[in-house]
Ligand binder design. Structure first.
Ligand SMILES: *[C@@H]1O[C@H](CO)[C@@H](O)[C@H](O)[C@H]1NC(C)=O
Ligand SMILES: *[C@@H]1O[C@H](CO)[C@@H](O)[C@H](O)[C@H]1NC(C)=O
Ligand SMILES: *[C@@H]1O[C@H](CO)[C@@H](O)[C@H](O)[C@H]1NC(C)=O
Length: 439
């Protein structure tokens, strides 16, 4: 069922429209909001797209004047009772060149909000949600040389399952905090190190407090952890800590407090390049557990704004901001991304002195307030400090995990859109795609 999707033809029967209308009322009545954002595993209406050109809207939808459009909610009905789309759902897409994508072997499991680290020709893919009620606790290994998924091995039981901070020195992978468990449970403060040569896991000194999806990098011999959300998943935190590390071990007994980041919040890309530490995109706020829910059921923040005034006053904001730390140890502002972009922690890689970022989420839809995914590949040229859109993914996708090997740009996992003309999140995927990059 293509929910809320407008078709030109009037061939759909009245009964189907009634079913849609009744389903809508039932959903609203039951207060079910978040489940719509999650994939139904039975959904098979979106087969793989080989050709990008079929999967992107025409340019006409890109330049809408939003202020001239009537205010509408998605539940408004047309005359015949069918949901009517007022504002193009695709208004946020930026134009960009089309790329030819090749579909590679699908990952053993679909995952959302997982993590990935590339070491040479190997992509280590960690954790993630399979569904909102199921989280993975293992690592899958993809080999870029022969393009196969090989071994899988378990993570420590105490390690977080999503929204992790993660970075490597080329052998050891440092794993920082993250959300422990499914739905909208809170983060842990526990940290771990994986030795990729021996597959041994070790404990690392815990963070002073738990953090949800903090920016994490190795810089000048220190493991830096910045921002993220607090234990409620929502409150943007500005803290910045570092710990001297070497060969997978902490060299200090305590985390050191460093200069706080200018804006807090989760889901950012964090990159060290040219001996500078950069933080890109991200957001303030996120889904929270419904108060009192025994399963920590996720609830949408603006929904709770209506019910509980006090703790729910801040709206979710997505950033295009880029901040940098250098020798001076003062945060500097670099040119912003072409549009706000979040859920990109492991969606970046470095190619020829440019940072490449794939997909993500942008500002929510102005009328429906629904999450909107990005399908662009962004490039930040470190020579000119200019951003550009260098291509389109086969579909819009968030929390995708990327790698680059031998001229090929790869992505896997995440949550993709509902279709070419509906950028809302739907299916959690394990697909792997690659394309040749050149710029
Ligand atoms: C958008 O539409 C509004 C209302 O029709 C108008 O006042 C405004 O000038 C328009 N803006 C642009 C950029 O066209
Ligand atoms: C990756 O694949 C290549 C080619 O089959 C193989 O030689 C290599 O050992 C593999 N690497 C790992 C770590 O499995
Ligand atoms: C990166 O540079 C190499 C060497 O100049 C070139 O062959 C390659 O095409 C470049 N990659 C991209 C993505 O442009």
């Amino acid at each position: 069922m293509k929910f809320g999707r407008h078709t030109q033809k009037h061939s759909s029967s009245l009964s189907i429209k009634l079913v849609i209308l009744v389903s809508f009322i039932a959903l609203i009545g039951a207060g079910v909001v978040v489940d719509l954002l999650w994939a139904s595993s039975s959904s098979s209406s979106f087969s793989a797209f080989r050709y990008v050109s079929d999967n992107w809207p025409s340019q006409q939808s890109l330049n809408l004047n939003l202020t001239s459009l009537p205010k509408a909610k998605s539940k408004d009905k047309g005359k015949d009772g069918a949901p009517e789309r007022i504002l193009s759902a695709t208004f946020a897409d930026l134009p960009g060149p089309e790329l030819h994508w090749e579909k590679m072997p699908t990952a053993p499991v679909p995952r959302l909000d997982g993590a990935a680290i590339q070491i040479k020709n190997i992509l280590y893919v960690f954790a993630g949600y399979g569904t909102i009620n199921l989280v993975h606790s293992h690592v899958d290994v993809y080999n870029f040389t022969d393009n196969t998924w090989g071994e899988s091995f378990p993570m420590p039981k105490e390690m977080a399952h999503s929204h992790l901070g993660m970075v490597t020195d080329g052998r050891y992978i440092y794993v920082v905090t993250g959300q422990y468990g499914p739905q909208c449970r809170g983060p842990t403060a526990r940290n771990f190190v994986l030795d990729t040569e021996t597959r041994q896991w070790k404990d690392l000194l815990s963070l002073p407090v738990p953090r949800y999806a903090p920016a994490t990098q190795l810089w000048r011999g220190r493991l830096h952890v910045m921002g993220g959300s607090g234990a409620n998943r929502y409150t943007p935190e500005l803290d910045h800590w570092s710990l001297a590390v070497k060969d997978g071990k902490a060299l200090e007994k305590e985390w050191r407090s460093e200069v706080p980041i200018p804006r807090g919040g989760p889901h950012r890309a964090c990159v060290v390049v040219d001996d500078k530490l950069m933080i890109i995109g991200g957001q303030e706020g996120d889904f929270m557990a419904k108060p009192g829910s025994p399963i920590f059921k996720c609830s949408r923040r603006h929904e709770c704004t209506m019910r509980l005034a006090k703790p729910c006053t801040v709206a979710l904001v997505v950033y295009a901001d880029v901040y940098m730390l250098d020798d001076e140890m003062k945060w500097k502002t670099l040119p912003s991304m072409p549009k706000p972009d979040s859920h990109i922690e492991f969606a970046w890689t470095i190619v020829n002195h440019s940072i490449i970022i794939a997909g993500g989420t942008t500002d929510k839809h102005p009328n429906t307030k629904k999450m909107i995914l990005n399908g662009e590949i962004f490039r930040f040229d470190l020579d000119t400090l200019k951003w550009s859109v260098i291509g389109k993914l086969p579909y819009r996708v968030k929390t995708t995990l990327v790698g680059f090997w031998n001229g090929w740009f790869y992505f896997t996992s995440g949550q993709r859109d509902k279709g070419p003309d509906d950028p809302g999140p739907r299916k959690v995927i394990g697909e792997v795609w690659r394309t040749k990059l050149s710029f």
